[in-house]
Design a protein around this ligand. Structure first.
Ligand code: HDD
Length: 683
């Protein structure tokens, strides 16, 4: 018999279950008993001892004592939102997956973005890989695409995952550093695992410090299989492309933001969704056959390799739009359980050894994290299609199955669920044979060619950032032998890179000699690997700050808002003090933030517009000059009014420099520069 959903359950993200509202405004205990006094404990006399009898106190405190659950062992810090996926057309020739058939169907999704290494309370802008996990609530069951914002991974075999994570997490004796790979254990480990070199290039690049969760790509990483109705199999790699383009912070900015707003990414996404500015991604696949894969000069089962888009172009499947914030962070974002093993008919796994290990790990971790094999009954995890099977009981069982039969086959209950050989999930019938062994395939041995390809595909400024990232991290690694080993690996990737990092570390000529397991080749650079080669000229989704004072020209402010909003970006007014002030027309302006609370690092481009007498701003000149100086050093477009000249001088900003423009006569030029994201020429 099908398990029956209790009627009070409304499914993932539906109306909250037990709220003050549903009790018609009455405060009740968990047993639904109305509470008369929630301010005072039960005591003997007004000053006497408390009574053990106080069930109201005990229930409340006991529940509070158990509010925390274990944080995720990795990806503990994350942020999620609801939305939908819609395919552009039927992809029936590739797959029979239900959510990829009908463009009129909106499949509900829940997406969670995360950092990997940091604890739940760590800052959003740490240098790290970002998790990119999407749960599709399809009509054929839940499909979880559990990816990252980087298309390759550190290791080739899941058996090394605990070592990798132990190496990157705080050292077990001293419990630091938090949310950082910049320490000895991490670099010692990766320098002994050359397969990590390609991923290290990505993690030291700007990709690891995204500007916004809305402005990063996502990747399924492994090769998967699509199966169509005819049983034909196509190999695929998944890509998510952000509508706003892929943009990053610069390192110094990320460091400042970590202190000024540790919630920078989640605040950005929450605000965007609340404002109706819905984040959007396009889901694409690289689709290819086994025969094509056999011709590539890398193995598609090796998760440290990507397929250049020049080799297999992206095929767009549909779009994901996130249009609803959660009602409750814990109930939804914290309790959501993603598992790569959650696939639907039409999608299947490959033999990628990292993927195969993941198929075990996620289901297993939910058992200890969420505490019960019934975690699928938590609303956020519940499929939005019927569940019907004979699994029974267990901790926190909330379904109430009826009938006396809980076994299959049976002849006692004709209504009981039965297998569906035609439409049910079936694995691709792939022939497999071989000896049992523990080994790495020959085809997994080249660890440097794609690392080199990635580095060579970067713009010069991106290459410099990689070198800067490496120097920063290796500088924090105090073991000289580890630095020497890493310099040896870098030499195999690119001599100039190795030289640059060695110079920054003061260790020129000290690289170890490393013998690569396979010959390192020159691969053709691939333009899409560079985020700034292919970046759209746009400020959509970005934030432009205007630093101004009492008496600001009302017309200027109005025109700025119009110009910026026409580009789908937002304006933040920053003033010397947090309280409201009057503009030139006498209208009250409430600043979005104030000088001491909002460093310019929080914004994408800035305008300084003090009033003519400029008393207020000049009175705070040191802070205002610092604010502007920082924007200049972060290579932002800077707009200024005539009255801002003294401030420009105080900040050492050259009014003639590229990307520094007067805005008294309009914002067109300023926005033109802001659309370039950064004025690299000024570096
Ligand atoms: Fe993992 C969480 C992504 C390798 C074991 N992983 C987790 C999350 C993401 C990824 C996005 C957070 C999901 C969420 O928001 O709840 N992991 C990846 C990617 C990998 C990868 C893209 C390589 C391609 N992971 C990987 C391996 C193992 C794990 C090889 C173990 C063998 N990952 C886990 C885990 C986590 C997890 C321990 C922690 C919390 C959770 O699963 O639900 O099981």
């Amino acid at each position: 018999m099908a398990s029956k959903e209790p009627e009070s359950h409304t499914g993932a993200g539906g109306e909250p279950h037990q709220t003050a509202k549903s009790a018609e405004g009455r405060l009740t205990t968990n047993q639904g008993v109305p509470v008369s006094d929630d301010q005072n404990t039960l005591t003997v006399g007004p000053r006497g001892p408390q009574l053990l009898e106080d069930h109201l106190l005990r229930e409340k405190i006991t529940h509070f004592d158990h509010e925390r659950i274990p944080e995720r062992v990795v990806h503990a810090r994350g942020y999620g939102a609801h939305g939908y996926f819609q395919c552009y057309e039927s992809h029936a020739e590739l797959t029979k997956a239900a959510f990829l058939q009908d463009p009129s169907v909106k499949t509900p999704v829940f997406a969670r973005f995360s950092t990997v290494a940091g604890s739940k309370g760590s800052p959003d802008t740490a240098r790290d890989v970002r998790g990119f996990a999407v749960k599709f609530y399809t009509s054929q069951g839940n499909y979880d695409l559990v990816g990252n914002n980087i298309p390759v991974f550190f290791i080739q075999d899941a058996i090394k995952f605990p070592d990798l994570i132990h190496a990157v997490k705080p050292a077990p004796d001293r419990d630091f550093p938090q949310a950082q790979s910049a320490h000895d254990t991490f670099w010692d480990f990766v320098s002994l695992i050359p397969e990590s070199m390609h991923m290290l290039m990505w993690v030291m690049s700007d990709r690891a410090i995204p500007r916004s969760l809305r402005m990063m790509e996502g990747f399924g990483i492994h090769t998967f299989r699509f199966i169509n109705e005819e049983g034909e199999v196509t190999l695929v790699k998944f890509h998510w492309r952000p509508k706003l383009g892929t943009f990053s912070l610069v390192w110094d900015e990320a460091v400042v933001i970590s202190g000024a707003d540790p919630d920078f990414h989640r605040r950005d996404m929450w605000n965007a969704i609340e404002a109706g500015d819905y984040p959007e991604w396009e889901l694409c696949v690289q689709a290819f056959t086994e025969e094509e894969a056999a011709k590539f000069d890398f193995d598609v089962l090796d998760p440290t390799k990507l397929i250049p888009e020049e080799l297999v172009p992206l095929r767009p499947l549909g779009k994901m739009v996130l249009d609803r914030n959660v009602d409750n962070f814990f109930a939804e974002t914290e309790q959501v359980a993603f598992c790569p093993s959650h696939v639907v008919p039409g999608i299947d796994f490959s033999n990628d050894p990292l993927l195969q290990g993941r198929l075990f790990s996620y289901l297993d971790t939910q058992l200890s994290r969420l505490g019960s094999p019934n975690f699928h009954q938590i609303p956020i995890n519940q499929p939005k299609c019927p569940i019907a099977n004979f699994q029974r009981d267990g901790h926190m069982q909330t379904f109430v199955p009826n009938g006396r039969v809980a076994n299959e086959p049976n002849t006692l209950d004709n209504g009981a669920p039965r297998e569906c050989p035609e439409t049910g999930f079936a694995s691709a019938p792939v022939p497999e044979a071989g000896d049992k062994m523990r080994t790495r395939p020959e085809s997994f041995r080249d660890h440097y060619t794609q690392a080199r390809m990635f580095y060579k595909s970067m713009l010069e400024v991106e290459q410099e950032h990689i070198a800067g990232g490496l120097a920063f991290e290796l500088g924090k690694c105090k073991e000289l032998k580890v630095r020497r080993r890493m310099l040896g690996h870098l030499k195999l990737i690119d001599e100039d890179l190795a030289e640059n990092v060695a110079t920054k570390l003061g260790m020129v000529g000290q690289a170890d000699k490393i013998e690569p397991a396979a010959k390192v080749r020159d691969a053709k650079p691939s333009a899409p690997l560079s985020q700034y080669r292919v970046a759209p000229e746009s400020i959509a989704g970005k934030k432009i700050a205007i630093l101004t004072t009492e008496g600001v020209d009302a017309k200027l402010l109005k025109e700025l808002r119009e110009a910026v909003e026409a580009e789908e970006a937002t304006v933040a007014v920053i003033a010397p003090a947090a309280g409201p002030f009057k503009d030139s027309s006498g209208q009250e302006v409430t600043p979005d933030d104030f000088l001491d609370g909002a460093p310019s690092a929080l914004f994408d481009a800035v305008i300084v517009a003090p009033t003519d007498d400029a008393d207020a701003l000049l009175g705070k000149q040191a802070a205002a000059a610092d604010w502007l100086r920082m924007a200049n050093s972060h290579l932002k477009a800077i707009g200024y009014t005539a009255a801002a000249q003294p401030l420009l001088e105080a900040a050492g900003v050259d009014a003639e420099a590229k990307g520094v423009v007067a805005v008294d006569d309009g914002f067109e030029k300023f926005i033109g520069w802001a659309k370039q994201h950064r004025v690299w020429e000024r570096a």
